[in-house]
Design a protein around this ligand. Structure first.
Ligand SMILES: Nc1ncnc2c1ncn2[C@@H]1O[C@H](COP(=O)(O)OP(=O)(O)OP(=O)(O)O)[C@@H](O)[C@H]1O
Length: 208
């Protein structure tokens, strides 16, 4: 499977935010998107996820087969917001996302153990601390299999141990053929990741 972006442009409120972005990602590859505040990292991720229209260029997934014919069907999107209902329990939230995103992941309890939240699935999501909320949102990536992870500042609020645990999860995801595009201000520790530096115009076309 390949994720391809060619000459991509993005705008917000009618103003161009970036243009000329190009990259190609193949199985097992990760792209870390860096750049100053306002350079368009979140905008780029939201465009890839299909949550915002692109202003120009081409964006497609190749060889996704019947299971993943489009980027929308192939991706998990983890935004700044955790996208969890505070009044529902952690388990109920993760069951919702499993039903929404599809099969192929691990069970809810195993996902919670993996992010270091074993035994707290019964608690309302709203009871969790900031870092625990982020870890529960990361568990969402594990309860359904989707090959492309789009991650917007995924480690914001995580403690050191959780950062390291998540670096291992991302490296394993790529090791099993998954792809990652992650916007960040912090080192993520994904082995072998390439970097796309936003805020420089035009952006170089990265080979795949
Ligand atoms: N809804 C909106 N309407 C108009 N402009 C917006 C909107 N959302 C974002 N912008 C602008 O688009 C630009 C890019 O924002 P974006 O959130 O993509 O940047 P970023 O690189 O992710 O920043 P940060 O590092 O602060 O998260 C900024 O100048 C921002 O003010």
């Amino acid at each position: 499977m390949r994720l391809i972006a060619e000459n991509l442009g993005g705008e917000r409120g009618g103003e161009a935010v970036f243009s000329g972005i190009g990259f190609a990602l193949g199985d097992g590859q990760a792209l870390v998107v860096t750049g100053p505040n306002g350079s368009g990292k979140s905008t780029l991720l939201r465009i890839i996820a299909g949550l915002l229209p692109k202003a120009e260029g081409r964006l497609l997934i190749e060889e996704g087969g019947d299971d993943f014919p489009s980027i929308a069907s192939a991706c998990h999107y983890l935004g700044h917001q955790n996208a969890m209902k505070t009044a529902l329990s952690v388990t109920e939230n993760l069951r919702f996302w499993h039903d929404f995103n599809g099969i192929g992941g691990v069970g809810v309890e195993e996902a919670l153990e993996t992010v270091g939240l074993g035994g707290i699935g019964h608690l309302p999501f709203g009871y969790l601390s900031t870092g625990q909320r982020r870890r529960a949102a990361i568990a969402k990536l594990l309860v359904s299999h989707r090959p492309l992870w789009l991650l917007d500042e995924p480690t914001a609020g995580l403690d050191k141990a959780s950062e390291e645990r998540f670096a291992g999860l991302m490296t394993r995801h790529c090791g099993s053929g998954g792809m990652i595009v992650a916007a960040t201000h912090l080192p993520l520790g994904i082995e072998g990741a390439r970097e796309l530096a936003m805020g420089h115009s035009p952006s170089p076309l990265l080979g795949g």
